[in-house]
Write a new protein. Sequence first.
Length: 299
Amino acid sequence: MEELYVYAGENMPRVKLTLLRRYENIEEVWRFLHRVQDRYSLQLGTIETITGNLKIRCATHENCEKCPYYILEFNEVDKNYSLWKLAGSEWQFGSIVASLYIKRQPSDACAKVPPEFLSAVAAQLDCGIDTTYVWDCLQRLCIPLGKVDWDEFASILQAMLKEKNVSVDDKTTLKGLVSVAALQAAIKTTKRQLEHDLLEYDARVKTPSTTDELTRNSSPESILPPSNSRSSSVSSLHYTYGLPATQLDTNFKAFFRSMAENFELFDEPNTVVRGRVSKPKKKAAAGRQGNNKIVEASS
């Protein structure tokens, strides 16, 4: 089994990951994750890491540290996916369901019944169901109610009530079914979101970045003429970046030779004697030149 140690943060020990499996396409990845969700009643969410991988973690609890998580890595060479899992940590049967019943008081933010809930319940549940009691049960669950699809919740709850033949007065059974229906509705919602996130990640990692595109466009090969337009009679020894050496020589004579010939050097050595450089003699002023000539003539 392949193992990997990754950076976990400043002043934190490295995290050990184990490779679960490699997948050829992203569809195989989300099918596996959906099976895990169904088996353990999980809500999963995603977040991209600083290294460009995708972290898939428990979304049932905020800042969950006890549950395992997965790291999805894309292999740019083989074009496949590697799914890693936190080593030494396993999902526990019933742990997620049990965590739904942590006692808490209804928050003020959820005190008002949303109209989407009322319309869904009114359209799908039996008329005798106490909707106020159903909403009170939902508020006491550790589920983000803002993410629940109420139409789906009402449909699941009504199917359970019909299957169990639950009386409208049996509030104890109703409370348990409300919890299960809410959890199943939340799982289905996160399934769709997970599939959406994986598809977006798949498209992102398989799309060439702007930097890669600019690198290819600026490379010498990108300025070559099409291969079918290159003359096969030209030897590779006389061919540079798609242009014959004779063409390069012509271009040099046309554009650069005159510049090189007219280029002047000022205050630079112009003669070489026995490996030494002799500087040019400085020109004297016009008046002094005349005096020098007179002296030399008289001597």
